[in-house]
Write a protein that binds this ligand. Structure first.
Ligand code: HAS
Length: 542
């Protein structure tokens, strides 16, 4: 692996895991502060810690990891080396994002941005928090443009050839990110910054929430798609098998590009300011975005089964016996996949209007995203780390580290079972999310949540041990013995159909994506802008 590109990748992965560590500490502390067992100096309270936990885990850990991972694969599959300009763009993006992250964390911890990781109005932060977001988003754009540049260059040099699957998926992921982040950029630049500087007195809350969720939902697919890249491209190689179908994998990604954006209203089903027709339309589109995930499940089962049969396994589940269970590079992502089955089912529940009325703003939702992003995605990223760091630094994974990795995965699953399970159940009993501790004056309903809170605390503590062990593993990997580790890119099965060229007709897919967004959002947005309702001065939190 090119050492210059290796340094860029390692820098991203390191910041990702430092964010995971600080975010993990904030997560543990928020649960203690919330339950009243701990009081911190400088007035650092529940909402500061919850915001730090959410921003660092959900936004910083993921974005850095994704950029590091995608740059590594793009370097490896598109010519074996990044173009010098692309490497520099990667560093520029990294620098901007890191400056933004540092400023944002200071704002949060000094109590000037207790607005949670969803940061829409009417909660108001210091303008410098929003400026820190601008740095992070623009930094990520520059990194994304680097990927587009390298891809375009490769295509020019390889006229008529189909691009490598990994690179294709990286481009789709960043195309989706580019289109989605326009919403949050508009919210931050046009609404939040002028409002928090006091240049305007009121803010259109409905518009702010809508622009946020226009970005906030595809954000979750921005986390998921790199995990899918590992499942489609890397895992077949890990198990000694082949990719079931290159064309199917590409089609799934195109469908994610088309359907992951015009669906933000499923986070706003309980809001009165959007008419039922537009909510209905976006719920239909939400169920469309489930299709590529079902295709992914189908494709993974096909890969596993065909690989099993090639190794002599019989029956529907005979393949289970021939999997490399003792290899953390397979085991951790596999546990992520397995847990994505109940996690995804929870998503279908959330998206169904009547059931959304039961779970909205309860701890169920917190349980849902701890299964999806914090388990399926995070475990996949952990699994990637065990080969990625060795591959880009010229080292090897030792038996001891592999064993620690397996232990870490088990700890994570056990911790999440208790924490997320308790969140789901207490959510069904009505326990609200994002509320500081209260007994509701001894109300019986609130009393019924207590055992689940204990379950959450136990799970959270186990998970914190998991964070510590993972960070230890990352540093151990950086010091692992030198040697050669292959970058594990799978090959497609011989009997798979050829990949049709139209899957790379970018103009068509981007246009279709824009058309769907215009259909889903134009009229409701115009309605919100023309009838802003009562302007809100917001709840100033600093
Ligand atoms: Fe979600 C809320 C609906 C997926 C994350 N979601 C959230 C929030 C987050 C989040 C962070 O409709 C909270 C936001 C906030 O703070 O308010 N979600 C869905 C739907 C899906 C979905 C329909 N969510 C995700 C993913 C996330 C994520 C992925 C992160 C990565 N979600 C919602 C809704 C809300 C919501 C509402 C709002 C709730 C409210 O009212 O506030 C779907 O995409 C899920 C599709 C997935 C599947 C599963 C496919 C299974 C696969 C695994 C195969 C396994 C194998 C192994 C092969 C259909 C691919 C098998 C091995 C064996 C041995 C069996």
């Amino acid at each position: 692996f090119d050492p210059k590109d290796g340094r860029l990748v390692v820098a991203h992965i390191l910041v990702a895991f430092i964010a995971l560590l600080i975010g993990g500490v904030a997560g543990l502390l928020q649960s203690m502060v919330r339950s009243g067992t701990l009081k911190l100096p400088f007035n650092i309270g529940y909402y500061e810690l919850l915001t730090a936990h959410g921003v660092l885990m959900a936004i910083i850990f993921t974005t850095y990891f994704i950029i590091g991972f995608l740059y590594s694969g793009v370097s490896h599959t598109l010519g074996g080396k990044l173009l010098p300009i692309v490497n520099r763009m990667g560093w520029l993006g990294f620098a901007l994002m890191t400056a933004g992250t540092a400023l944002g964390v200071v704002m949060i911890l000094t109590g000037k941005a207790s607005v949670l990781y969803t940061f829409y109005a009417p909660l108001k932060a210091s303008p410098y928090f929003y400026i820190s977001l601008v740095f992070i988003v623009v930094g990520s754009w520059i990194s994304g443009w680097g990927i587009f540049y390298q891809f375009k260059y490769w295509k020019r040099m390889h006229q008529g050839q189909t691009s490598p699957l990994f690179a294709f998926m990286a481009v789709v992921t960043f195309l989706m990110w580019q289109i989605a982040t326009l919403g949050v950029a508009a919210e931050v630049l046009i609404q939040l910054i002028p409002w928090s500087f006091g240049w305007v007195e009121t803010i259109n809350v409905m518009l702010s929430r809508t622009l946020f969720w226009y970005f906030g939902h595809p954000l979750v697919y921005f986390w998921l798609m790199p995990a899918y890249m590992c499942w489609y491209v890397i895992i077949p190689k890990m198990i000694g098998g082949k990719i079931y179908s290159d064309a199917l994998a590409r089609l799934a990604f195109i469908l994610l590009l088309l359907f992951s954006i015009p669906v933000g209203f499923h986070h706003q089903l309980m809001e009165p300011g959007i008419s039922p027709f537009w909510k209905f339309l976006q719920v239909v589109l939400t169920f469309m975005v489930v299709v590529p995930s079902l295709m992914t499940a189908f494709s993974l089962f096909a890969t596993f089964e065909l690989n099993g049969r090639a190794k002599g396994a019989k029956g529907l589940f005979g393949w289970v016996r021939v999997m490399p269970w003792r290899d953390v590079r397979f085991f951790a992502p596999f546990m992520g996949m397995l847990i994505f089955i109940p996690a995804g089912a929870g998503g279908l529940i959330n998206a169904s209007n009547q059931m959304n009325a039961v779970i909205h703003n309860t701890l169920w939702v917190t349980g849902h995203f701890h299964l999806t992003v914090a388990t399926s995605v995070a475990l996949t990223f952990f699994g990637i780390t065990y080969w990625l760091i060795p591959a880009v630094t010229g080292r090897v994974l030792t038996k001891r580290m592999n064993k620690l990795g397996i232990i870490q995965t088990v700890i994570w699953c056990v911790g999440m079972f208790f924490m997320s399970g308790a969140m789901h159940l207490s959510g069904l009993l009505g326990a609200p999310r994002r509320t500081s501790f209260t007994t509701y004056e001894g109300h019986a309903d609130a009393a019924s949540w207590m055992p689940y809170y204990v379950g959450m605390a136990v799970g959270g503590t186990v998970l914190f041990i998991g964070v510590l062990l993972m960070v230890y593993n990352v540093f151990a990997l950086l010091k692992a013995p030198q040697g050669a580790t292959e970058y594990p890119i799978g090959e497609t099965m011989e009997q798979a159909e050829a990949t049709p060229a139209y899957l790379e007709r970018w103009g068509v897919w981007i246009s279709l994506s824009v058309i769907l967004i215009l259909i889903a959002y134009s009229i409701p947005l115009m309605d919100m802008i023309m009838h802003p309702g009562v302007g809100s001065k917001g709840f100033v939190t600093w």
